[in-house]
Ligand binder design. Sequence first.
Ligand code: C2E
Ligand code: MG
Ligand code: MG
Length: 400
Amino acid sequence: MQILLIDDDPLALKLLARQLEHLGCVDVALCGDASEALTLLETQAETIRMVFCDLQMPDIDGVEIVRHLARIRYRGSLVLISGEDGRILQTAHKLAQAHSIHALGAMQKPISLEQLRQVLASDARRSAAPARPAHRPCAPDELRRAIARGELVNHYQPKVDLASGAPSGVETLVRWQHPQAGLVFPDRFVAMAEECGLIDDLTRAVLAGALRQARLWRDSGLQLQVAVNVSMDNLAALDFPDVVAQLATEAGVALSSLTLEVTESRLMKDARAPLDILARFRLKHVGLSIDDFGTGHSSLAQLRDIPFDELKLDRSFVHGAADDSSLKAIVEGILAMARQLGMKTVAEGVEDRADWDLLRDLGCDVAQGYFIARPMPGGDLPGWLAAWEQRRREMMAASP
Ligand code: C2E
Ligand code: MG
Ligand code: MG
């Protein structure tokens, strides 16, 4: 067995099975009874690659199934389906993700063949994609040495203007080129750097590298706005703007071509130093961007208090917004507010053409995401720019 369908409605079961068959899925088991499905899952979980589960069932509902899947550490994919309000479906989907279940989608009945095709394709991509290498949590000393030895490397992800498709800048994303573990992603070490007092060293290394790279690009005729992520913890030392100004002078790059993306991972206790520092950055014409807007502490209070000139819509609102009326309403609301505040808007997590088209139609200024490009080493950028120019022309010709 590869795919298990759970739904108390026999007609819905048959219809879904027929559609899957049409798409070439042969090993499909149908289950009209949720407790029977649970037994199957407990005894044969290894053979089940995908579960489609209805939310509204009489004895055991879909939310309870999600809980059971988490308990048995189900490792396949899950698709939730329902005739209920889309927001309940989204909540159940989020619940599955919170349990670390691979929730591929939440679909409202009736399900179209195209939706199914997409969900099967993303399951196939998931099986094919190499997992990010697991890496044991590193020790602070190891990270300290890595920074000193220059093992941190910058990758750069392009940002492009939605109206014209023209590249407007890059975001710098740090990686750790670990001698044994290979490329380690920032979710493995940035929080630790913050906790162990290493974030200033880390940020300095990233900034210096980004400014040097900006100079190289400029010398080869590329004018790109370069963004660097800073942590709230960087905004404690009052001389930070002077340190950055010094680095920019050394690299020979104007401060106006630098943007700092600020995220607040924890609540700001004492606002005095951050406000002092951020106000001085703006006086020096450094761009200030509020990152991951709409999540955590990236909030309206910060917009009120800090002179941000750019707002980055968090990717959790962006990808899939074209098919989700709640997300779309949130995106529209944020864009309208940013426009009134005179801020530039950047959408992160633009993963496909539907995301691109929607953000463009809604008047968002800039897009960033896998649809455009993955983060890459600085030296790869000229090659990407040439390839993008070709793609851009085709896209613009198709939808002027
Ligand atoms: P962020 O600033 O929100 O950066 C965007 C993250 O989203 C990057 O992950 C990027 O690779 C990923 N991403 C880009 N496009 C897409 C997309 O279309 N779909 C999806 N699902 N993801 C996309 P990455 O590189 O793993 O960085 C994670 C976070 O680590 C960053 O989130 C940022 O908060 C932090 N970070 C990265 N570099 C630095 C740094 O130098 N300093 C500090 N303080 N934090 C950093
Ligand atoms: Mg960022
Ligand atoms: Mg972000």
